[in-house]
Design a protein. Structure first.
Length: 132
């Protein structure tokens, strides 16, 4: 089975390096983007099997990026995990935001700092990811 590709979208280079290194060590192929605009370009170029998106970034938020992904017929089913340190978002798993926009929310929400075992567990719940 081919190695799964994951795109990390976060404006903090330390978080990108941490997550990329950890996930590469666990058999994933990694790429990254530091904002929503470059993430859209990276999705089209890299064609990831899943995306990890930070919520608070300069410019458009990660939640806006997810709405954009869900409204794109090419990527509407792309598995997306949201990572955030924002307590209110964690409390309702972003559901109030996505309900207002009429789109399916993320496939999982993780708090920062990201618990590595929780991240791996969420990824393994995505069809096709358990065989990494």
């Amino acid at each position: 089975m081919p190695r799964r590709k994951i795109l990390v979208v976060d404006d903090d280079p330390d978080i990108v390096a941490y997550l990329s290194s950890f996930l590469e060590d666990n058999g994933y192929v990694m790429d990254s983007a530091n904002d929503a605009s470059s993430a859209r370009t990276a999705i089209d170029r890299f064609q990831p099997d899943a995306v990890l998106i930070d919520v608070l970034m300069p410019g458009r938020s990660g939640l806006d990026l997810l709405v954009n992904i869900r409204n794109d017929p090419r990527w509407c089913n792309l598995p997306v995990l949201v990572i955030t340190g924002h307590d209110k978002i964690l409390q309702d798993d972003c559901q109030s935001y996505f309900g207002r926009h009429g789109v399916r929310g993320p496939d999982g929400v993780l708090g920062k700092p990201v618990d590595r075992e929780s991240l791996l567990s969420m990824l393994k719940q995505i069809p096709g990811f358990s065989q990494v």
